[in-house]
Design a protein around this ligand. Structure first.
Ligand SMILES: NC(=O)c1ccc[n+]([C@@H]2O[C@H](COP(=O)([O-])OP(=O)(O)OC[C@H]3O[C@@H](n4cnc5c(N)ncnc54)[C@H](O)[C@@H]3O)[C@@H](O)[C@H]2O)c1
Length: 400
C-alpha cells in the first residue's frame, strides 16, 4: 500500500503494549529545525504510530540559541557539535536540517555510525556529493527519508492516487512552477541561500528541486531536459546579522552573487509526457506559489500550495454540457492523511505536510520498509538538477 498511514481509521493496539522507541538527533534549529521539531512533537498526537518518538538532542552552532530552541521545541537536550550527536549510541535517527554545504559530511558520518538518515533537500550541493551520500546509506543498510514534504499534502497524495487508479488516463502535460519574490529587491543582502559555496545553487536546488520531485512522483522518470538558469541581480549587499525569517541586516559592503535567481526547463518524461518547470525568486507577488497542472487523456488536475486543501479536477468523461473543473476539498476521512486530523472541511496547513511525512517515514522504518521519498529518490532528483545545470551551461538538451 502506498500510504501506510492514511484514512480515518487509526490502527488498534492492545492496551498496555509498549511501542518501540525511535530516538532522534536533529541537526539545525531554525526554519526546518522548527518544522521538523513540530512534526516530531505533534505527530503521535494525531497518528496512532507503531513507535514512540523520543526527541533527544537538537544541534546548532550558537549555544544560547540552540538551548532556547531545545526548550521552546521540547527537546531533552542540545548540543553544538554535530559529531557528538552522531556518536550518541542512544540516537537512532539523524535528521539533517542544516544548509547544503554540511549535508554530505554529516550524512556520511551518520551512515557510517549506523544511523537511520532523514535529510533535507536537495540532499547534496553537487551530484558527486549526492552519489557519495546515497552510497554511504546503501552500505549502511539502513532506511532513509528525504523531506520533499509537498508530496504529503493530502491534495497531492489524492492526485497521485487518482493517477494510479487510471482516472487521468495517459498524461500528456505536466506544468509546474514554484514562484517566490523574497529577493526581488536588489538591496536584499547575500544570505546563505545566495552563496554557491553554502547552498550549491540558488532557486534551482532550493525550490526547483521540489517541483522536480513532484514531477517524478506524479508522472515518472525524465528522459532528457533542456534548461536555463539566470541571475537577474549579480551584485548585492553582504549580509550582516541574519534573522530567523530569512531576512538579514547588511554590512554596507557589496559582493558578487554566484547562484541563479531563476531556473526554467523543459523535459521529456520516459512515459512520453512533456514537462515544463519554472522556479523563481523574482515573481513579484508570489510568496510560496508551488503549483502544478497535469493534463491527461481522461482528465486533468491542478494543485496550488497556496490553496493546499483543494485539488481541481476535470473529468473528460462527464456528460457534455455539465463538464468543467470541480474543486475537491481534500479534507474527508477517505482522502490521504485527512482523517487523522479534523472533521470534514476543517482544513490543515504547511506544518501538516511534515507531520504526514514523519508519520509515513517512521511507520516504514518500524515495518522494515523503505520510506518514500528516500535517499535514492533524492539522488534521482539531484541527477535532474545536475542535468538542467549542464544543459544551461551547454545550451543544449541533456539526457538522464
Ligand atoms: N522541505 C522544505 O520545504 C524546505 C524548506 C526550507 C529549507 N529546506 C532545506 O532545509 C535545510 C536547512 O534550511 P533552513 O531554511 O532550515 O536554514 P536556516 O538557515 O533557517 O537554518 C539552518 C540551521 O543549520 C544550523 N547549522 C548550520 N551549519 C551548522 C553546522 N555546521 N553544525 C550545526 N548546525 C549548523 C544553523 O545553526 C541553523 O540552525 C536546507 O537544506 C534547505 O534546502 C527545506
Amino acid at each position: 500500500m502506498l500510504f501506510p498511514v492514511t484514512g480515518s481509521t487509526p490502527q488498534e493496539y492492545p492496551s498496555g503494549m509498549a511501542k518501540p522507541v525511535l530516538t532522534i538527533g536533529l541537526l539545525g534549529y531554525q526554519f526546518m529545525g522548527k518544522a521538523h521539531s513540530n512534526a516530531y512533537r505533534q505527530v503521535g498526537r494525531y497518528f496512532d504510530l507503531p513507535v514512540e518518538i523520543r526527541m533527544k538532542t537538537i544541534c546548532g552552532r550558537n549555544e544560547a540559541k540552540v538551548r532556547q530552541a531545545a526548550e521552546v521545541f521540547g527537546w531533552e537536550g542540545h548540543e553544538t557539535d554535530w559529531r557528538k550527536v552522531i556518536a550518541d549510541p542512544e540516537i537512532d535517527i539523524i535528521d539533517i536540517s542544516t544548509p547544503g554545504n554540511t549535508h554530505c559530511e554529516m550524512a556520511i558520518a551518520a551512515a557510517e555510525a549506523g544511523k537511520i538518515l532523514f535529510c533535507e533537500k536537495p540532499i547534496g550541493n553537487t551530484l558527486s556529493e549526492a552519489e557519495k551520500m546515497a552510497e554511504a546509506v546503501r552500505k549502511s543498510g539502513k532506511p532513509s527519508a528525504v523531506f520533499h514534504n509537498y508530496r504529503k499534502a493530502p491534495a497531492v497524495a489524492l492526485a497521485k492516487r487518482m493517477i494510479d487508479e487510471g482516472k487521468i488516463g495517459k498524461i500528456f502535460h505536466f506544468r509546474a512552477c514554484y514562484l517566490q519574490d523574497w529577493i526581488a529587491d536588489p538591496n536584499f543582502p547575500i544570505v546563505w541561500r545566495l552563496n554557491k559555496e553554502v547552498a550549491g545553487s540558488g532557486t534551482h536546488g532550493d525550490i526547483c528541486s521540489h517541483i522536480i520531485d513532484m514531477g517524478r512522483y506524479l508522472v515518472g522518470e525524465m528522459k532528457e531536459v533542456n534548461g536555463l538558469l539566470h541571475t537577474f541581480v549579480t551584485e548585492r549587499p553582504i549580509a550582516g546579522e541574519i534573522d530567523d525569517r530569512m531576512g538579514a541586516s547588511t554590512t554596507g559592503e557589496m559582493g558578487k552573487v554566484d547562484v541563479d535567481d531563476a531556473s526554467i526547463f523543459l523535459c521529456h518524461f520516459e512515459s512520453g509526457a512533456l514537462g515544463t518547470f519554472e522556479a523563481s525568486r523574482f515573481a513579484v507577488g508570489r510568496k510560496n506559489y508551488n503549483r502544478f497542472e497535469l493534463y491527461g487523456s481522461k482528465g486533468s488536475l491542478i494543485f496550488n500550495m497556496e490553496r493546499m486543501n483543494e485539488l481541481e479536477y476535470y473529468n473528460n468523461e462527464d456528460p457534455v454540457g455539465t463538464q468543467g473543473f470541480r474543486v475537491i476539498q481534500a479534507t474527508e476521512g477517505g482522502h490521504p492523511y485527512a482523517g487523522q486530523y479534523w472533521p470534514v472541511g476543517h482544513i490543515i496547513g504547511y506544518e501538516h505536510t511534515f507531520m504526514n511525512l514523519v508519520a509515513d517515514a517512521v511507520t516504514a522504518v518500524h515495518d522494515g520498509r523503505e520510506p518514500s521519498p528516500n535517499m535514492e529518490e533524492g539522488l534521482k532528483n539531484q541527477r535532474v538538477l545536475d542535468a538542467v545545470e549542464r544543459s544551461s551551461v551547454g545550451r543544449c538538451w541533456v539526457s538522464l
